[in-house]
Design a binder for this molecule. Structure first.
Ligand code: SAM
Length: 371
């Protein structure tokens, strides 16, 4: 394996390690899944920090897997590397014989290996064949998308996945051009997009082709469909105390992540009942307050981190959580009763200073109230 093209600094590495540590450091063997192995930067740090942890690393890009295999060679006896799309995680874990796992990381999007490769067509700044497949062994290329999609489909891809205001104009320009000659190169596409955007708008919001390239990449790799299936499946495979960390790089990924977590952290019982019914309580608690952003120092050192949003959650034991909430509710009622007229107490500060499960200062109470 030759030298890597470009460099890759794992994004929010220290924060990811901090969040995963309680789940991976529980004595004995634990299992961590890196669902987007890439060049193995996060995975290497996890393996270094947790000598008892087994890693299951997935990537749909065979080239990334080959690089990660070299990088992680010294941990080979506790590493499984799999060529798979992350929505295939349940099948991979079944095949390897891991019914439950303790840590899962999704570091979404493209790697610097893919972005910097002159021959893969991800980057608008380099001329290359319009491919953009993360898995070059299967699927349609960006060239096929731009040369075959009808105007409404092309415009929808650019508007929805690229949040591109000028989606209709760009789609029209693409269709006009392909009637003249097939569009085969990233440089030609970037030029077409630039020409289709009104001149004043070209000067704002980065390179004019950035949003179109992002949209095509998402479409070619069916990124959002895979993520929508993969997140619930990943949450289902976490052991109690297990933790999931997701790094998203655009709002659509972050919205899917937020929705998948919201579904698990809320009670499904009737809202007017003071206690949880068995089986209706939350199965996860949030570890991040809303979406965490990178610090200025990290962004300065690693421009790829600029758009990152981190969300994390831990699987909880619903029965223990139900008991804790019931205890807390009983305690609240007792305190309330003490303050009622005629109960002999005026709340003069002589009441209990703490009680089991009183909920004071629990971290989950302060977390994630944007849901
Ligand atoms: C941002 S990079 C990961 C970098 C990695 N954390 C590191 O430290 O080197 C994202 C990786 O996820 C892979 N990937 C993206 N979507 C995927 C999917 N649906 N299934 C499997 N791998 C995917 C890409 O091929 C890429 O290598």
């Amino acid at each position: 394996m030759g030298e890597l093209r470009g460099t890759h600094v794992p994004v929010l590495l220290e924060r990811c390690l901090e969040l995963l540590a309680p789940a991976l450091d529980r004595g004995g063997r634990t299992v961590h899944v890196d669902a987007t192995l890439g060049l193995g930067g996060h995975a290497e740090a996890v393996l270094q920090a947790h000598p008892e942890t087994v890693l299951v690393g997935l990537d749909r890009d065979t080239e990334a897997l080959a690089h990660a295999r070299v990088r992680l060679a010294r941990f080979a006896d506790r590493v499984h590397l799999e060529h798979a799309v992350y929505d295939e995680l349940p099948e991979v874990l079944d095949r390897l014989g891991y019914p439950g796992v303790d840590g899962i990381l999704f570091d979404l999007g493209v790697s610097s290996l893919q972005l910097d490769a002159p021959d893969r067509g991800f980057a608008y700044a380099q001329d290359a064949p319009l491919d953009m497949r993360m898995d070059q062994t299967r699927g349609v290329t960006a060239e096929e998308v731009v040369n075959t999609y009808a105007h409404p489909d092309l415009a929808r891809v650019l508007r929805v996945y690229g949040e591109e205001k000028f989606a209709g104009r760009i789609a029209s320009a693409i269709i006009r051009e392909r009637e003249r000659a097939r569009i085969t190169s990233s440089a030609r596409l970037a030029e077409l997009v630039r020409e289709a955007i009104p001149a004043p708008a070209r000067r704002t919001g980065g390179h004019p082709a950035k949003r179109t390239f992002q949209a095509l990449r998402i479409e070619v790799n069916r990124e959002l469909a895979a993520l929508e299936t993969a997140l619930p499946a990943a949450l289902d495979r976490l052991n109690v105390g297990g933790r999931l960390v997701v790094l998203s790089y655009h709002s659509l990924e972050d919205r899917l992540t937020k929705a998948a977590l919201a579904d698990r952290v809320r009670s499904k019982g009737p809202i007017d009942l003071p206690v949880e019914l068995p089986g209706s309580g939350p199965t996860f608690r949030l570890l991040s307050r809303g979406a965490e952003l990178p610090g200025e120092v990290e962004v300065a050192a690693n421009p790829r981190a600029a758009s990152v949003r981190l969300r994390a959650a831990e699987r909880i034991d619903p029965d223990a959580e139900r008991q804790r909430r019931t205890d807390r509710e009983r305690y609240r009622r007792r305190v309330k009763a003490m303050h009622q007229p005629g109960t002999g107490s005026t709340g003069s500060g002589t009441g209990p200073r703490s009680a089991p499960g009183d909920g004071t200062g629990t971290d989950e109470e302060g977390e994630g109230h944007d849901y």
